[in-house]
Design a protein around this ligand. Structure first.
Ligand code: ADP
Ligand code: ZN
Length: 622
């Protein structure tokens, strides 16, 4: 007798209910209908195509650009009892042979392929008869408007058209409405069901502060998460090397990752991180596309990312397991100038693309410096209302529909204070007048000194120490003034121009308008407060309110067992059980296999394979 999807969900994956839109996506696939699925990271996209495969109605093909992830995805699907395989260029010969054999025998239920492999055309014959669904993962890669355009994705329809009978499912975590339209068109989706989840990640705590002392600020975050997994993104290789080395000096288990390292060095850093032998990776953005570690507890941007889309994607690597995690961004307007400079080096830059880049830089700048709820800013960027209509009840934090804020960002937590309307306007006018008086002939440092009333020879020579604006903000301190300048830049009241050798700070038309009483401005109190750090695993404790004294010790024992099993099997620990499963084991202390099967995330196969081992640890048997 055919089991229902709900029954399979419980049996194979150990979950009682579907996450939002999973059921709709599965039903579309089963009824042969195309669909577009946009769900945030951790939203459970893989289940949307794994379930149809598990129902035995035919073969499911998954196209993914993340070759590095495929083997882990195959391992995870097999843990749920699926006949899964992958075909890509990095496969060892023996595995490849076995995979082809299973495919020819019609055993395979779920097959992962790289776009190149699919386009090569040699698997068409093997699968065409049985294929029920083609899932295209990371579907935003098909769009020029997205942030990770891949030319080979543009050719996918050629291959898809060879299987007219199979339903198509396009999946992505981040897609603005423009990108969604592009995906539909480029992948030739036929009157698709459009399933767009709410983009908010309620379990993430967002913080955005002005950057003052890069290393100190990064270290503060790392100190809040001792022994937990974290990713630190920096802009240049030099920064990456420096931050990684200094973190190590401070006793944080960390390694660098950037394109200048050998393939071997990168692979070993990545392996160590995924297998929890290493806590922190400091990386340029080259890192992360192939990372599925579910218990990353924090992502720090030591420099500003290129766009809100990049930020959503990169910060989204935190807390995939749904437990609380932190995303901190340390902003400086100079980062945007660097991005602009690098983008302009591209000889093929069209005016259209250049405008898109300018818009992206402005948006991420606004995100970073506006004293507004960060959950709201991110959500609205992706075209959704905030708070979500459905309260994120199972998350560690609650969006407050009454408008008291999310309780999970620096603004709503009261760490960043906005200036009152009046105060903001007054302060902005002071800063703008100084820039105006400097006539756009000097850099930011000069204007800062002017406002601080710090005279130097050059300033005295110009007679600027006699100006009314001289020393106008001397009580505010340099850090605040610098941040206000950044804030005014992203709101277009000031601009930085590169005339000749030095970047010059200049007031814009809008800035002059503001001084003359036209327009409105938002300013935050930029000096970040000390966020009090807890000694140990705050996130984990919060997740398990029932945590009793001594359970942490049990949790660590269970974690050690998980690691030993994973090492032996050559798969990442999170594939065995997520942290949330171990936390619940440590809290509820199941004594029998039946008790254990009641825990969310323990399916039949895992129960059979690992149940006894974990029960032995829980009951203290050697
Ligand atoms: P995405 O690809 O959207 O980032 P994944 O497919 O990796 O998300 O799923 C994220 C996590 O959620 C995984 O650990 C997965 O096992 C879990 N998950 C998926 N579906 C459910 C569900 N219905 N109930 C609880 N957890 C689920
Ligand atoms: Zn908020």
């Amino acid at each position: 007798m055919q089991l229902k999807p709900e029954e399979i969900l419980k049996k194979r994956w150990g979950y009682d209910t579907f996450k939002p839109l999973q059921k709709e996506a599965i039903e579309a696939a089963l009824s042969g209908r195309d669909c577009l699925v946009v769900l945030p990271t951790g939203g459970g996209k893989s289940l949307c195509y794994q379930m149809p495969a598990a129902m035995g109605k035919g073969l499911v093909l998954v196209v993914s650009p993340l070759i590095a992830l495929m083997d882990d995805q195959v391992a995870a699907a097999r843990e749920a009892g699926l006949e899964a395989d992958a075909l890509h260029s990095n496969l060892k010969a023996a595995h490849r042979g076995a995979a082809w054999k299973r495919l020819a025998e019609g055993k395979t239920q779920l097959l992962y392929v790289s776009p190149e492999r699919l386009l090569a055309g040699d698997i068409l014959n093997e699968i065409s008869g049985r294929l029920m669904l083609v899932a295209v993962d990371e579907a935003h890669c098909v769009s020029h408007w997205g942030h990770e355009f891949r030319p080979e994705y543009r050719r996918l329809t050629e291959a898809l058209d060879q299987f007219p009978k199979a339903a198509r499912m396009a999946l992505t975590a981040t897609a603005t409405p423009v990108v969604q339209d592009d995906i539909r068109a480029q992948l030739g989706l036929r009157s698709p069901e459009i399933l767009i989840g709410h983009p908010d990640r309620p379990n993430l705590i967002y913080r955005a502060f002005a950057r003052r002392d890069q290393f100190k600020q990064v270290l503060e975050v790392a100190r809040r998460h001792p022994g937990e997994g974290g990713i630190v993104y920096a802009q240049t290789r030099k920064d990456v090397e420096r931050l990684a080395a200094k973190l190590k000096e401070e006793g944080v288990s960390s390694a660098p990752y950037h394109a200048g390292l050998s393939a071997e060095e990168r692979r070993s850093a990545q392996d160590d991180f995924v297998n929890e032998r290493l806590d922190v990776i400091v990386a340029t953005i080259a890192f992360g596309m192939g990372i599925d570690r579910s218990n990353v507890r924090y992502v720090v941007h030591a420099n500003t990312p290129r766009s809100v889309e990049h930020y959503q994607q990169e910060s989204g690597r935190a807390g995939r397991d749904g437990l609380p995690a932190e995303c901190a961004l340390f902003f400086a307007a100079s980062d945007l100038a660097t991005h602009r400079y690098l983008a302009k080096k591209d000889a093929n830059l069209t005016p259209e693309r250049e405008r898109a880049i300018e818009r992206q830089l402005r948006d991420i700048g606004r995100y970073a410096v506006s004293p507004l709820c960060r959950h709201r800013l991110l959500t609205e960027h992706f075209g959704a209302p905030y708070p979500a209509q459905i309260a994120p009840a199972e998350a560690g934090v609650l969006a407050d529909a009454a408008g008291h804020g999310c309780g999970a960002c620096d603004v709503c937590l009261g760490e960043t204070k906005g200036l009152s309307e009046e105060e903001a306007l007054l302060t902005a006018k002071k800063v703008l007048s100084a820039a105006w008086r400097a006539e756009g002939r000097y850099g930011t440092g000069y204007v800062v000194n002017l406002l601080l009333g710090r005279v130097n020879d050059r300033m005295a020579g110009n007679g600027h120490d006699k100006l009314q604006v001289f020393g106008l903000l001397k009580d505010s301190g340099e850090a605040s003034i610098r941040s206000w300048i950044d804030q005014l830049i992203v709101q277009d009241f000031l601009e930085v121009t590169e005339d000749g050798e030095y970047p010059l700070l200049r007031i814009t038309e809008a800035g002059r308008g503001l001084c003359n009483g036209r327009g409105a401005v938002l300013l935050g109190m930029p000096v970040p407060p000390k966020v009090k750090g807890k000694k140990k695993s705050k996130a984990l404790k919060k997740a398990a309110a029932t945590f009793l004294q001594g359970d942490e010790e049990l949790f660590e024992k269970l974690r050690a067992l998980r690691r030993a099993i994973a090492d032996k099997a050559g798969i990442p620990p999170y594939i065995i059980f997520h942290d949330s499963v171990l936390i619940e084991m440590a809290a509820s202390k199941p004594q029998t296999l039946e008790d254990l099967s009641g825990i969310k995330g323990v399916g039949d196969k895992k129960l059979e394979k690992y149940g006894r081992l974990f029960l032995d640890i829980i009951s203290g048997r050697p």
